[in-house]
Write a protein that binds this ligand. Structure first.
Ligand code: PLP
Length: 414
């Protein structure tokens, strides 16, 4: 971390002024960071300020920024085949990645013969999950959870219920979507089923096994196991949206592994290809009953993104999932110890490198995130009043110590 100009610096201000004229005002820009280059956990802005990245491009630069092995895989693939359209033609990468995901899910979760549909994003992965559930069950209703985030296209947005700004003025959304209370099984059993929707009309329950945008909340094993039992009882598909929690982030390849619950469908994206646009909707073979032509995507499963994903998974299996578990535990411990009794800090929680720090108020959370940025530490808010730490999985203990020290100091002063 090294801040050498006022923030934003002069070059950053110029770029921001241009963007304000030409870029959609719907984008968020949590703080005025204008990035020039990044490597590992280090981000450099256009004015030469150096930041320690504890948000990883919203939990996505999983192997660290521009990991040499990922960059090499992208380079080599870009010189061989950039695009041919995986919906219409075969190429080696698509099946190679699907085979790898089948092996990972089978080995780590169980379930039978996982098959994969590749997309360009998490949102599209969620759309594919909605479609396969409806197609397979011939039912239309869906259950999701308050606090959940599943994307912004109209189908995925109908499931999203984390903040009203995502939904306001975009309706009417998909009919037949019901929201239950996250972590509370009886909200489905005692409220939705007897009053709002009959279980035999429900195609899928879509849930984040660890709540991401909604606050980095780890549910009880009973909650997820209870959803599994409900789905089994009523012939409903259980969809785990692991777009944020998957690919090693929680210290296991899939967050589902922490709970010993096997979903029917898994959606992955974000960390899957280290920041290249790639998502995956994986379902156990018996649910893959949709016929040829029923779903597809022009660029989904693009060869270059797949090359990045294969290199990413290789790095994860060799070292990074383990690193996320050990450095994550260390960072959490540091934060818990250092933040004990600090006014305005309520809780430190999470799994692996998916760490949430609950503040007393939204204003405090905002002040902490902004102050961290000014000190050279990049973190993001989540939920109503929490900060999330989701660094690249390559983060070292020394970097974690540095991040914790700045974060604790900022919390004490904010
Ligand atoms: N699902 C979850 C759990 C997410 O966190 C996100 C994005 O933050 C999405 C879906 C949407 O993914 P994408 O932005 O890649 O479309």
């Amino acid at each position: 971390m090294k801040i050498v100009t006022e923030l934003p610096g002069p070059k950053a201000r110029e770029i921001i002024a241009r963007d304000e004229r030409v870029v959609s005002p719907s984008l968020i820009y949590v703080y005025p960071l204008v990035v020039k280059r990044a490597s590992g956990c280090t981000v450099e802005d256009v004015d030469g300020n150096v930041f320690l990245d504890c948000q990883a491009g919203v939990a996505t630069a999983s192997t660290g920024h521009c990991h040499p092995k990922v960059a090499q895989a992208i380079r080599e693939q870009a010189e061989t085949l950039i695009h041919i359209c995986g919906t219409d033609f075969h190429y080696p990468g698509y099946g190679a990645l699907a085979e790898k995901l089948q092996e990972l899910a089978g080995k780590r979760l169980g379930g039978e013969g996982w098959q994969t549909f590749l997309t360009n994003s998490g949102t599209e992965g969620v759309e594919a999950a909605i479609k396969i559930a409806r197609h397979h069950t011939r039912r239309s209703h869906l259950i999701a959870f308050r606090g959940g985030f599943h994307g912004r296209s109209l189908g995925a947005l109908s499931l999203t219920a984390s903040k009203i700004k995502y939904r306001k003025h975009f309706g009417p959304l998909l009919p037949g979507v019901h929201h239950a209370e996250y972590g509370n099984l009886s909200s489905i059993e005692r409220d939705l089923f007897p009053r709002t929707v009959s279980p035999e009309e429900v195609a899928a329950i879509v849930v984040e096994p660890v709540l991401g945008e909604g606050g980095y909340i780890v549910p009880s094993r009973e909650f997820l196991a209870g959803l599994r039992a409900l789905c089994d009882k009523h012939g409903i598909l259980l969809v785990f949206d692991e777009v944020q929690s998957g690919m090693g982030r929680t210290g296991k390849m899939f967050a589902a592994e922490h709970f010993g619950v096997v979903p029917d469908v898994i959606v992955l994206a974000k960390g899957l290809a280290s920041g290249m646009p790639l998502g995956a909707m994986m379902a156990q073979k018996r649910f893959m009953t949709w016929p040829s032509g029923s779903h597809g995507s022009t660029c989904g499963g693009n060869p270059v993104c797949i090359a990045a994903a294969l290199a990413t998974i290789d790095l994860m299996e060799n070292e990074l999932v383990h690193n996320a578990a050990t450095v994550g535990a260390h960072l959490m411990d540091r934060l818990r110890t250092g933040l004990k009794g600090v006014p305005g800090v309520q809780e430190v929680r999470g799994l692996g490198l998916m760490i949430g720090i609950e503040m007393a108020t939204h204003e405090k959370a905002d002040a902490v995130a902004q102050a961290c940025y000014r000190r050279g530490l990049l973190v993001l808010e989540c939920g109503d009043k929490a900060i999330r730490m989701s660094p690249p999985l390559v983060i070292t203990r020394a970097e974690a110590d540095e991040a914790a020290a700045v974060f604790i100091d900022v919390c004490k002063k904010a």
